[in-house]
Design a protein around this ligand. Structure first.
Ligand code: SF4
Ligand code: SF4
Length: 295
């Protein structure tokens, strides 16, 4: 199997599970993988880490770039349903289980140790070609890490790397609209605010002032690695799933249409009721001279 040729995945490498920070051991147990939570050591298991670029190149709108195509969880389900049976054929009896986002391990730390990128001040993994516009997905197995190169050709070095940080240039911190010269903490981050069910009047004003209906990419676009990747074109995903069905801007009409056609349930924001999106559209459409806005 060749991940670049068959799936458009250029950055992938495997490291021992014992090198990873296990944050949800119950997910390993559920997958049938032995993990001793007392000694925190899984003797022979390994993790194949993959970077999935998602930037289509479409002009950004009023929602975060990651949420413009269909929900990435759908992509990962399709990817794992294709790769894992192939792996099982190559290595019968071995356990392979795919994760992304809701993972047993700290994905960002593991991807850095697997040599796929550095940890940015904006809290994201930064890859030289995709910057932070990539998802991390992984297949965890009970096979040793060095077995992966027999199953998959073209993997990056399997040696565990020291976790490295970005240059620390500070551009993301200066650009953050709510951090006051720092990166906003998770609670005050605009991305979190747009997802909240209930907002304070001050939080409503922040969303209105920043014209975002879902998520925030300001610190990602401010990063010089992103700027370089946009100029060179390396940031653009070759993966069809992330290049089609793009909706970068949501208006009331588009939202109602998404709901009517059932497309809403295929979107990354669908874990929230449409009312949250409706409210954010209304906030970002407010006239700043409006009495309500200035309350
Ligand atoms: S996502 Fe936006 S609000 Fe959150 S830290 Fe980055 S720039 Fe700040
Ligand atoms: S903008 Fe600078 S400090 Fe922020 S993540 Fe990018 S390289 Fe790091």
């Amino acid at each position: 199997m060749n991940l670049t040729r068959d799936y458009g995945i250029k950055y992938a490498s495997a490291i021992p599970l014992s090198e990873c920070i296990v944050t949800r051991p119950y997910l390993l147990h559920r997958a049938g993988l032995a993990y001793d939570s007392n000694s925190k050591i899984e003797k022979s298991g390994s993790v194949l880490l993959m970077l999935i670029p998602y930037y289509s190149g479409s002009p950004p709108g009023n929602i975060s770039v990651y949420s413009a195509p269909r929900d990435y969880h759908i992509y990962f389900n399709e990817l794992f349903s294709s790769i894992i049976p192939e792996l099982q054929k190559l290595m019968p009896g071995a356990v392979f289980c795919g994760f992304s986002d809701h993972s047993p391990i700290d994905e960002r730390d593991a991807a850095a140790k697997a040599g796929l990128g550095v940890i940015g001040c904006n809290r994201l993994l930064i890859n030289e070609e995709y910057s932070s516009f990539c998802f991390i997905g992984e297949i965890i197995s009970d096979i040793p890490a060095d077995e992966w190169s027999r199953l998959i050709t073209g993997l990056l070095s399997v040696k565990v790397q020291e976790v490295k940080n970005c240059s620390g240039c500070g551009a993301c911190e200066r650009a953050c609209p709510v951090g006051g010269g720092c990166i906003a903490d998770v609670k005050t981050c605009l991305s979190n605010l747009t997802q909240k069910k209930k907002l304070t009047p001050d939080e409503e004003k922040i969303i209105a002032a920043n014209n975002t209906v879902w998520g925030c990419d300001v610190c990602q676009f401010a990063c010089p690695v992103t700027k370089k990747a946009i100029i060179s074109g390396s940031i653009k995903t070759p993966i069809k799933f992330f290049r089609e069905n793009i909706i970068s801007t949501i208006t009331d009409e588009i939202l109602e249409d998404l709901i009517k056609t059932g497309e809403y349930s295929l979107r990354a924001y669908s874990w929230r009721e449409p009312d949250v999106i409706r409210r954010n559209i209304s906030l970002t459409s407010r006239d700043t001279d409006d009495e309500d806005y200035n309350k």
